[in-house]
Design a protein around this ligand. Structure first.
Ligand code: UDP
Length: 239
């Protein structure tokens, strides 16, 4: 696996909630623009960038099924929410003159491209940021699993999971002052200790393909670029 500063193609996974700023719902355009700027600063280094954005700021399948909706239907709504977020991010990236493609696992040809693996790879080679939308296209999955799947398919060297905190802790650092951050942690420890990195199917998929997960703070200005340049605090999840 790679040492920091040596990455040429990465997956950035962010939750939908990262786009809502201090609001309780939806999209906060200045926050979307700020994240786009963080991505641009990495793109400017020549790194090829894939992105997966969740949909939790708009709709989650579990929320719908708790209200009596069939789970699969609710999950499709969740997947559609991720397309809205992807389009918002594309607009913010293009305002910074970064070419992007939104590539959906569910066809909607008037809005974005369908997912064709070799075509997506070609976009990356041409330095277009690829935003993979609609998750895996299947209900009962999450966008963490989608990010891991696409990262494998695109031969990314790592998944960068941007969160509110600068890594993986033994307990919630926003609740416990004595929480300890891990510099390194194994996939198996994450699963056994139920450390909230990604859901279990995403962790297992990363483990089975030796794909490292770098958990870092998206709130830290310049943080994403810093890690790629070899500095900053983060947790590396690996085998
Ligand atoms: N979803 C799905 N299949 C996928 C990815 C996502 O059904 O492959 C649905 C699921 O309902 C999920 C919603 O889309 O709750 C939003 O995704 P997620 O919860 O992963 O978003 P995040 O928590 O990252 O914002």
């Amino acid at each position: 696996s790679k040492t920091p500063g040596k990455y040429s193609r990465v997956m950035l996974k962010i939750s939908g909630e990262a786009l809502m700023g201090d609001q309780g719902y939806g999209l906060h355009p200045p926050t979307v623009a700020r994240i786009a700027q963080e991505v641009k600063s990495v793109h400017d280094m020549g790194v090829e960038i894939c992105m997966v954005i969740g949909g939790g700021n708009i709709f989650r399948g579990l929320q719908g099924s708790a209200q009596g909706m069939e789970r699969a239907t609710a999950d499709y709504m969740g997947m559609l929410a991720t397309v809205m977020n992807a389009l918002a991010m594309q607009a913010a990236m293009e305002a910074l003159r970064i070419h992007t493609r939104v590539i959906s696992a569910i066809r909607m040809d008037e809005v974005c491209e369908p997912y064709i693996r070799r075509r997506a790879i070609r976009h990356l080679e041409k330095k277009r940021v690829c935003i993979f939308a609609a998750g895996t296209g299947n209900p009962y999955f999450t966008t963490d699993t989608a990010a891991t799947l696409r990262a494998n398919e695109m031969n990314c060297e790592a998944i960068f999971k941007g969160t509110k905190v600068d890594g993986v802790y033994d307990k919630d650092p926003q609740k416990f002052a004595d929480a300890q951050r891990y510099d390194n942690v194994t996939y198996d420890e994450v699963l056994q200790k139920h450390l909230g990195v990604m859901d279990a199917s995403a962790i297992a998929l990363a483990r089975d393909n030796d794909l490292p997960i770098i958990v870092f703070s998206l709130d830290e200005p310049g943080g994403f670029r810093g890690i790629l340049a070899g500095s900053g605090t983060y947790t590396r999840v690996h085998g």
